[in-house]
Design a protein around this ligand. Structure first.
Ligand code: VG1
Ligand code: CO
Length: 543
């Protein structure tokens, strides 16, 4: 019954920061999905007789790809597939299901924060048995395999009825369709003081949660409204749609501007939050206070002990290199380890598995902990609610007190999207060539370059080394300019410029972020010439 089908390689199946992402039209080519899945299976060992978890964010083409993946899993020798009802599983829920049921690994069919629909993007990500994204060793092997693949295996079997919870079969393989929310919601209840959050809502605390027509809707309805008693209507855009309602499911101040504006008014709610396409990112806005993701990481780490799941304290913190150093100050005060990793959640897995860190985060609106091996949008929202309930203070008060203790790291990211790829890579190369000459030089009163290099990561757990993980120019006063190319875009190149300036505990904490960073923004243009070389007047997105 197993069929071996001949195929030829595609040149472009190189996984990026988080799986393989491409336009839907690229994925719709004959054998494109099949080649990539077979390359994944060919790069793994020991899964015969094991369980594979499959889920996704319901974006367009998920229904097709999931049925293909089920048939190919059966043909390749898995004994069981666990799949979320209607193909749904948020990225953190998939991570939890893999861990909870001791599956061999999982496929998350999503392009995360990239737009969906027939003209949007699709993606496939493979996660390993610890529930986290496959490490580089595996993603490199997968890419190598895609370059030589000549056949794939499948079976001749009808589609599985993904809407029916329970056990079915695909060929000889068991397919269990599971409730995508139940296990995840139960995990959240073990970590947070649900009674205190219920009391908070009962006392009139108001919030709005934007699920962006993506995966977190069912989770947010179940946990915030049905379990914690937030009034119906707290969750907006709560039904996952294949094209995300034609929106861009990236929870930042550009795509959630209406929510931001609402939170800045007296009539708005006390708390606003949102999550992205696959549910692993979070946006946190208190009344009159947007919390930058870098600050949020620091604040969550400093206050985690207020939640039952972390009451014994945290072992360490990890952040991606471009993320601001706000969390470093918390680690220092707590006397715990701080790790700086390359961009992407796959670099946190080893540190979490080894128990070296408890909380991790990225400037791109991703925070998470050792409860799973992915960043987790709703987890961050619930931890914030738990902290607000325990401290009985507003988000704004909590943030201001934090700055008064630790100082403030002004921070922004400027993205230049869909830039000509040749111009972008030349720009990065030219900047790299300048780096040795910059060290020791002074630019203006207080900007002396302390170091200028390509970030290289030495994993302290498995000894692996990752090079060229972003260019960083650091100044003696703690300010930084970081530049790297995105690994999740699908058209041209996206340049990400990250800027950071530290203002001490007794310093000025009320400046506008872009104003506070203006000298660094100018200097970065002098060094890299992004505007001049791309002809762009402004960044595409400022976060
Ligand atoms: C971006 C972010 C990175 C994040 C990645 C995946 O990558 O910068 O911090 O881990 O997206 O997030 P890049 O290479 O484009 O900068 V998600 O929510 O797409 O799973
Ligand atoms: Co995501």
């Amino acid at each position: 019954m197993i069929q071996t089908i001949k195929t030829t390689p595609f040149g472009d199946q190189k996984p990026g920061t988080s799986g393989l992402r491409n336009r839907v039209s690229v994925y719709q080519q004959t054998n494109y999905v099949e080649n990539y899945l077979q390359a994944i299976f060919d790069s793994l060992e020991g899964f015969v007789g094991q369980t594979l978890v499959i889920g996704g964010d319901r974006r367009f083409y998920n229904d097709v790809a999931i049925q293909t993946a089920i048939r190919m899993a059966a043909a390749n020798g898995f004994s069981k597939v666990m799949v979320g009802q209607n193909g749904l599983l948020s990225t953190p829920a998939a991570s939890h299901v893999i861990r909870h049921y001791r599956a061999f690994g999982g496929l998350v069919l999503s392009a995360s924060h990239n737009p969906g629909g027939p003209d949007g993007d699709f993606g496939i990500k493979y996660n390993v048995g610890n529930g986290g994204p496959a490490p580089e060793k595996i993603t490199n092997a997968v890419y190598d395999r895609t370059q030589e693949i000549d056949s794939y295996k499948t079976i001749d079997a009808p589609d599985v009825a993904l809407d029916q919870i329970g056990v079915q079969r695909s060929g000889d393989m068991v397919v269990e369709v599971i409730d995508p929310v139940a296990d995840y919601a139960a995990l959240m209840e073990t970590l947070f003081d649900f009674a205190a959050i219920e009391d908070l809502f009962a006392s009139g605390f108001t919030m709005t949660f934007d699920a962006m027509n993506a995966i977190t809707g069912p989770y947010a309805h179940a946990i915030l409204e049905n379990r914690l008693g937030a009034p119906k209507g707290t969750v907006k855009n709560g039904a996952p749609l294949p094209d995300f309602g034609k929106g861009h499911p990236d929870p930042n101040l550009v795509y959630c501007k209406d929510m931001f504006d609402l939170l800045m008014t007296a009539a708005g709610p006390d708390f606003g939050a949102a999550s992205d396409g696959d549910g692993d990112r979070n946006l946190i806005i208190g009344k009159y206070r947007f919390v930058t993701p870098s600050d949020s990481l620091a604040l969550l780490a400093a206050n985690a002990h207020l939640a039952p799941g972390y009451k014994a304290g945290i072992a360490g913190i990890a952040r991606s290199m471009p993320t601001s150093a706000a969390a470093d100050r918390v680690a220092e005060k707590l006397g715990i380890a701080m790790h700086e990793t390359p961009t992407g959640w796959k670099f946190f897995g080893n540190l979490l598995d080894a128990g070296r860190v408890t909380i991790c985060g990225e400037e791109s609106a991703g925070t998470g902990s050792n409860h799973v091996r992915e960043k987790d949008g709703l987890w961050a929202v619930l931890l914030w609610l738990n902290i607000v309930a325990a401290r009985k203070q507003s988000v704004d008060e909590i943030v201001r007190e934090h700055w008064a203790i630790y100082g403030r790291n002004y921070y922004t990211r400027h993205d230049y999207e869909e830039v000509d790829a040749t111009i972008a890579s030349k720009l990065v190369d030219d900047l790299r060539a300048q780096l040795p000459g910059l060290v020791g030089q002074n630019f203006g009163e207080d900007l002396q370059v302390a170091y200028a290099n390509d970030f290289k990561y030495h994993d302290p757990v498995d000894g692996s080394i990752s090079v060229k993980q972003g260019i960083r120019i650091g100044f003696a006063n703690g300010s930084r300019i970081v530049l790297r190319l995105s690994g999740t875009g699908t058209v041209g190149a996206t340049l990400r410029l990250y800027l950071e300036r530290y203002e001490a505990a007794d310093g000025r904490h009320d400046l506008d972020t872009q104003v506070a960073l203006e000298p660094l923004i100018k200097l970065s243009e002098q060094f890299a010439g992004i505007k001049q070389r791309t002809g762009r007047q402004e960044p595409s997105v400022i976060t």
